[in-house]
Ligand binder design. Structure first.
Ligand SMILES: Nc1nc2c(ncn2[C@@H]2O[C@H](COP(=O)(O)OP(=O)(O)OP(=O)(O)O)[C@@H](O)[C@H]2O)c(=O)[nH]1
Ligand SMILES: [Mg+2]
Length: 183
């Protein structure tokens, strides 16, 4: 089919660049609130708990190309664990979230990463994201910041600080990795 002729080239380029991204982390860390802030720039004080998985999408631009990020926002409740394997099929990027005011949620991250990796065959790019920065006394010190800046993002859905950077950074990482692999 001649996509240029039918005026579909732009549509096709978007279709070709749809990334399935999944959000993981303990219940109540703020995954859904973070996605809501990013998609519609709204802060919801009392977000209902996610039942299973929720789905949102938004276009970002990388290298002048429109890329649709499909965000699969997964419940952190253990009772939905059985859905993980099925839903993580085809994932190309992961956002692992902890709550900066809840130490346990940070300690559980390793476990989340190990479990998700066991269900997915490929080594896809991931980001670690600390939320609720507005509640935290802890500010990253410079050295830590430099070492981890590639991997760890700190943000607040309440103030909106650093939210766009999270999704833009992951989209760029996936895009350039795939470009290098010729995908
Ligand atoms: N102060 C503050 N509170 C936040 C922030 N982000 C989320 N919250 C609050 O944290 C609570 C939990 O947020 P959710 O987004 O529902 O958490 P979740 O990770 O999606 O939880 P599950 O769906 O159960 O996995 C809500 O009451 C939010 O208002 C933030 O940046 N700052
Ligand atoms: Mg949720």
């Amino acid at each position: 089919m001649d996509y240029e002729k039918w005026g579909l080239s732009e549509y096709m380029s978007i279709e070709k660049n749809v990334y399935k991204i999944m959000m993981f982390g303990d219940s109540n860390v703020g995954k859904s609130t973070l996605v809501k802030r990013w998609v519609s720039d709204h802060y919801i004080e009392n977000m209902p708990k996610t039942i299973g998985v929720e789905f949102r999408s938004k276009v970002v631009y990388v290298d002048n190309l429109a890329i649709t990020l499909q965000i699969w926002d997964f419940s952190g409740e253990i009772r939905f664990d059985f859905l993980l394997e099925m839903y993580s099929r085809g994932v190309v990027g992961g956002i692992f979230v902890f709550d900066m005011s809840d130490n346990d949620s940070m300690l559980h991250l390793n476990n989340w990463v190990t479990r998700v990796r066991s269900y997915t065959s490929k080594d896809f790019p991931i980001l670690i994201v600390g939320t609720k920065m507005d509640l935290s006394e802890r500010k990253p010190n410079k050295k830590e910041d430099e070492e981890d800046s590639n991997m760890i993002f700190l943000c607040s859905a309440k103030t909106g600080e650093n939210i766009d950077d999270v999704f833009q950074a992951l989209a760029e990482r996936i895009y350039y990795e795939r470009k290098e692999l010729g995908i």
